[in-house]
Design a protein around this ligand. Structure first.
Ligand code: HAX
Length: 442
């Protein structure tokens, strides 16, 4: 069965579960909120629902119930590769089913017809100053695509129907996922390759075509596939996923929603950390290791210098995880398996930081999680393959994150999730409830 039909039957089968929960069990308590959660970024409050992925603090991410190694093992692989195609992963994220080779081929054909970006979008990007951050360009590019939103056209048609609205979100979501690598490749070539643009190769899968469009090696095709899959989803409370969900909950179309999500991803505490990690590491090499090999002592000093300057160690810590991020491990294993990369000085340096930083952060005593996250490892791989423009790294993250955000809002609409609108209180109210030992529910 084709992806949309499979999805339709999955949605129809699933809907009664959500409806029953609201109707029969809507008032069952699943959490309580404390003052520090209220002021402290709503940490740990269970008030979002997604079945696309789940993040366990100890185990890390599971996509549709599968760990990263299980996901990579289960999905059909790209031709001549040990990595799955992004297309097979998209099918899996949306439906929870491992697709057959034939189903993957159908998604690939569909993406080919969806991936064409209208020339006016490229012209809008060309009009921007070349020193603009690629994340700003990517967000503008996505917004420029909004003109073609099928969901928005459907909403304005006067025939809007809640039951099938998800189909129009699915259409936009699929278009956006197919187009965003083309947009990112255009931005890369515009900014760093003197606008030397490369045509889409219609024979290649999404990851391989991205590598082709930015003039990369054969080996980079697997890097792109792995990178986009690993960065796709991290349940729905992180800034980019949550922003996308929130904006779409107002029935803003997927382009508006994801442009907003990308703006959140551009923050240094979120996706921009991958750029910051490389910058930190390069500055360390320049300052401490001009004529000497890096040592654990030098790294320890540099880490303390950063902490004493009141800055965070980029790539370390996490709001939910309490162990090394399995996305970090997956990329590390890729490095260890790849001849050349495993002996690369930058990889060795990042590995040495991994040996030292958790101890320093533990001694520093602030962070609840001293272990590395996805961003601590990702820049090294990009650097090795010649992508030395660190400010592009978060845009790569943005291409991958589109998969998770778009799968999530397709299901949001399918299950009729409501407009998100939490309640605010004032500081004086908090002070009153603090003095009374809690808010009276009477
Ligand atoms: N270096 C120094 N201090 C850190 C730290 C780090 N890597 N991580 C956390 N802390 C500090 C916090 O700043 C906070 O200090 P204050 O009490 O003075 O505000 C304290 O430790 C407690 O923080 P926490 O509860 O452990 O962590 P949070 O949930 O508040 O924040 C962050 C999680 C990921 C934002 C945080 O660990 C951080 O800033 N890390 C560095 C930036 C980074 O790598 N971001 C990428 C995260 C993964 C991701 O989303 N990728 O997209």
């Amino acid at each position: 069965m084709a992806l949309k039909e499979t999805l339709k039957s999955k949605i129809e089968e699933f809907r009664p579960r959500t409806n029953k929960l609201i109707k029969d069990f809507g008032k069952v308590k699943i959490d309580e909120v404390t003052i520090d959660q209220c002021i402290g970024g709503a940490r740990d409050i269970r008030c979002l629902v997604t079945d696309i992925s789940y993040l366990d603090p100890q185990e890390g991410i599971r996509f549709r119930g599968k760990t990263i190694p299980e996901t990579f093992a289960a999905l059909p692989k790209a031709p001549g590769s040990t990595y799955p195609t992004v297309e097979s992963f998209w099918y899996f994220l949306l439906t929870g089913d491992v697709p057959s080779e034939a189903q993957v081929a159908e998604v690939m054909t569909e993406f080919k017809s969806r991936q064409i970006v209208a020339p006016y979008v490229f012209e809008a990007l060309r009009a921007l100053p070349k020193d603009m951050h690629p994340m700003t360009m990517l967000s503008i590019g996505i917004l420029a695509l909004q003109r073609q939103s099928k969901f928005q056209a459907y909403y304005s048609s006067g025939k809007f129907n809640k039951t099938n609205a998800w189909e129009y979100v699915y259409e936009d979501a699929s278009d956006l996922v197919a187009r965003i690598p083309v947009l990112a490749a255009f931005i890369y070539n515009l900014k760093y390759r003197k606008d030397k643009q490369v045509e889409i190769n219609p024979k290649l899968d999404l990851g391989a075509n991205f590598a082709h469009m930015i003039g990369q090696s054969e080996q980079y095709k697997d890097v792109a596939r792995m990178y986009f899959i690993l960065h796709s989803d991290h349940e729905s409370g992180n800034v980019s996923a949550h922003t996308t969900h929130l904006v779409h909950s107002a029935l803003s179309d997927p382009y508006y929603a994801y442009s907003a999500g990308l703006n959140g991803l551009a923050g240094p505490l979120h996706g921009l950390a991958n750029q910051e990690v490389l910058e930190w590491t390069k500055k360390f090499q320049e300052k401490y290791c001009k004529n000497v090999e890096p040592t654990k002592e030098l790294i320890t000093k540099a880490l303390w210098d950063t902490l004493n300057a009141g800055q965070v160690i980029p790539g370390y810590g996490h709001a939910v995880l309490r162990k090394t991020d399995p996305r970090y491990m997956s990329q590390r294993e890729f490095c260890l398996r790849t001849p050349g990369l495993k002996d690369d000085p930058l990889f060795k340096l990042v590995s040495m930081i991994y040996e030292v930083a958790p101890g320093v952060l533990t001694e520093h005593g602030k962070t609840k999680n001293p272990w590395p996250n996805v961003d601590a490892q990702s820049g090294v791989i990009q650097w090795y393959y010649g992508i030395h423009e660190q400010d592009f790294y978060t845009a790569l993250f943005g291409v991958g994150r589109a998969l998770g955000c778009m799968a999530n809002i397709t299901w949001d609409r399918a299950l009729g999730y409501a407009l998100e609108r939490p309640k605010s209180v004032t500081t004086a109210m908090l002070e009153k409830w603090a003095a009374e030992g809690g808010r009276s529910q009477a």
